[in-house]
Design a binder for this molecule. Structure first.
Ligand SMILES: NC(=O)c1ccc[n+]([C@@H]2O[C@H](COP(=O)([O-])OP(=O)(O)OC[C@H]3O[C@@H](n4cnc5c(N)ncnc54)[C@H](OP(=O)(O)O)[C@@H]3O)[C@@H](O)[C@H]2O)c1
Length: 209
């Protein structure tokens, strides 16, 4: 069961690839350039070069499921939000479905379903996540949608909460998201589920099962 990691060169992507490799969980890292490949080959991780704004069908070769951790990031405008967070995500789900992959795991965002409640600057991004999630739910592809809060660079506490009320705060470390993502990737029985992820006081098994 090989997982195509889309956005593998990102902050969550790299941590996830490294942890998966250490755990012996097969992955293929989708990256954007040859220069990025050295970090992965030094760790024995397979890579494929592809861009969400171009042709990327070849990246799915030999893969059974997808983990989407890509994002246009905070330093680009709404044009990239449309092309990567929205259309890129939609196209990857369509290709995963066409190719008969067994599951698609999406890193979405907490409250993506309520873009008007986000600060004005964040709303186009939230709309993109909202629409990409809706497309995935309706795709017919088995899915898991993870909805982290604001991401931090703290170490993994491996302790989670599943609601703002429980957590008392809207944040989670990228390292904790990576732990949760690995748990989902390794648990094939999780199908058509959605989980809010925040730093908290419970194990991932208590939050996700
Ligand atoms: N920041 C937050 O507080 C927050 C909250 C909730 C959810 N999220 C979501 O969490 C996920 C990952 O976060 P992160 O901090 O790891 O992000 P990140 O470090 O910015 O990584 C994003 C990755 O996406 C890749 N990417 C961008 N455009 C691409 C394209 N056209 N084709 C292929 N790959 C492309 C980037 O590639 P390069 O390395 O080549 O640039 C990068 O590796 C994203 O889905 C984001 O929407 C973020």
């Amino acid at each position: 069961m090989t997982t195509l990691v889309i956005g593998a060169n990102g902050q969550i992507g790299k941590q996830f690839c490294e942890l998966s490799q250490q755990a012996g969980t097969p992955i293929k890292a989708m990256i954007r350039s040859e220069e990025q490949a050295a970090w992965f080959s030094e760790r024995g991780i397979d890579t494929v070069i592809a861009d969400l704004e171009g042709d990327f069908e070849h990246a799915f070769e030999g893969c059974d499921q997808v983990a989407f951790t890509a994002g246009s990031g905070p330093h680009t405008g709404p044009d990239k939000t449309l092309m990567i967070d929205l259309f890129g995500a939609i196209r990857t789900a369509d290709i995963a479905k066409q190719k008969g992959l067994s599951r698609y795991i999406m890193i979405s965002a907490i409250r993506a379903e309520q873009p008007l409640e986000a600060p004005a600057k964040m709303r186009p991004y939230m709309v993109a996540k909202f629409a990409a999630d809706a497309h995935l739910r309706n795709s017919g592809l088995p899915y898991v949608i993870l909805k982290p809060g604001r991401l931090t660079d703290e170490a993994a506490s491996q302790q989670f909460a599943s609601s703002l009320e429980e957590a008392g705060d809207n944040q989670i470390s990228r390292a904790n998201v990576v732990q949760a993502l690995l748990h989902v990737v390794q648990t094939a029985s999780l199908i058509n589920q959605e989980y809010v992820l925040l730093d908290g006081k419970r194990s991932i098994e208590e939050i996700i099962g």
